[in-house]
Design a protein around this ligand. Structure first.
Ligand SMILES: C[S@@+](CC[C@H](N)C(=O)[O-])C[C@H]1O[C@@H](n2cnc3c(N)ncnc32)[C@H](O)[C@@H]1O
Length: 315
């Protein structure tokens, strides 16, 4: 059975990108192809959509959809978006593009597949890589990183106040035998977190630990910073960049990047004359991030935490 998927904030993404016949866009996070297909239809046969995903299964599934719908203006690239410029160069494409969209994190299809190890609701192997060739495995982090390294990522990437006790419990448990299943992590969380804390939380108690491990496995924050930096030289004048994030760490990176690149000088305020020579390259489109409508949140739970930020290239 084909997995049904509704792209988050699709209408809002299209409203920002305003795709026109013959234009070229990059979808850095293909997933189930919701944005890619909509953009491909809007730019028509003379346009081009270049779509990246680390996950070969996502690429394969969308390839089939494209062929089924006879859409021929999409180039699918099974690579990390952190390799954006290099991968485009290999295809003889150096830009400029009319827009770039990033819909971060994991897809509903990845979450729904217990074998991918992303889910705390279904037991699966401890593997949270978006695709092969990820810098490290989740199992390596859980079974070999020191207690202090574990505490650090659970606190910084999961924003989990119980990072210390969780790291200690993971280290204690793996002394007997390696931790290999997601269920074991969920058990640790349930043993460590106080019932009152769990009862107060709006999310599953393992959400923060899983988020931390996924970010560390895939180096998500480093990849995001890298793709944002590369995006500037790939956009045409007035080209637009849209980023949809699902937690505050990613949102902060996008927000600060847009803020920095929309300023002419980055010198400390006490400097009488600019010494950095920095020039604004972006104009922020929305001061505050767009959120999904109540109607969308009601039908698509993933939309609840989505934040959309957008900016356009100055010239
Ligand atoms: C939220 S989904 C995208 C959903 C998509 N907008 C749609 O309409 O179906 C995010 C996708 O980005 C991919 N991804 C995450 N980090 C990546 C990276 N660094 N490079 C390439 N793909 C990445 C994931 O494998 C996942 O398929």
């Amino acid at each position: 059975m084909e997995y049904q998927h509704t792209p988050v904030l699709l209408k809002e993404v299209l409203a920002v990108l305003q795709p026109q016949e013959g234009q070229r866009f990059i979808d850095a996070t293909l997933g189930s192809g919701g944005y890619t297909l909509a953009l491909a239809k809007a730019v028509g046969p003379t346009g081009l959509i270049v779509s990246f995903d680390l996950d070969p299964l996502a690429i394969q599934a969308v390839r089939e959809k494209l062929s089924h719908e006879n859409i021929q203006n999409v180039l699918l690239i099974n690579d990390n978006f952190a390799n954006l410029t290099e991968a485009l160069k290999k295809q003889g494409l150096e830009g400029p593009f009319n827009g770039i969209v990033l819909d971060l994190g994991l897809s509903s299809a990845q979450l729904a597949d217990a074998n991918r190890g992303f889910s705390f609701e279904h037991d699966g192997p401890l593997d949270m890589a978006f695709g092969p060739g990820s810098p490290r495995s989740t199992s390596e982090i859980v079974n070999h990183w020191t207690e202090s390294e574990l505490r650090h990522i659970i606190r910084d990437y999961g924003e989990e106040p119980w990072a210390g006790p969780l790291a200690r419990a993971i280290v204690r448990r793996r002394r007997y035998q390696p931790i290999t299943r997601t269920k074991e992590l969920v058990e640790i969380v349930e043993q460590v977190l106080p019932p009152s804390y769990i009862a107060r939380s709006r999310h599953h108690p393992a959400t923060k630990l899983f988020q931390a491990l996924r970010i560390a496995t895939n180096e998500e924050l480093e990849n995001l910073t890298s793709v944002l930096n590369q995006s500037l030289s790939l956009l045409c004048s007035h080209g637009r960049i849209v980023a949809i994030t699902f937690h505050s760490l990613e949102d902060r990176i996008v927000k600060h990047f847009f803020l920095r690149e929309s300023k002419d000088c980055l010198c400390p305020p006490e400097f009488p004359i600019c010494q950095c020579g920095h020039h604004a390259q972006l104009k922020i489109i929305y001061r505050h991030p767009l959120r999904a409508s109540e109607a969308e949140k009601a039908v698509n739970p993933r939309a609840r935490s989505a934040k959309l930020r957008a900016a356009s290239k100055l010239n």
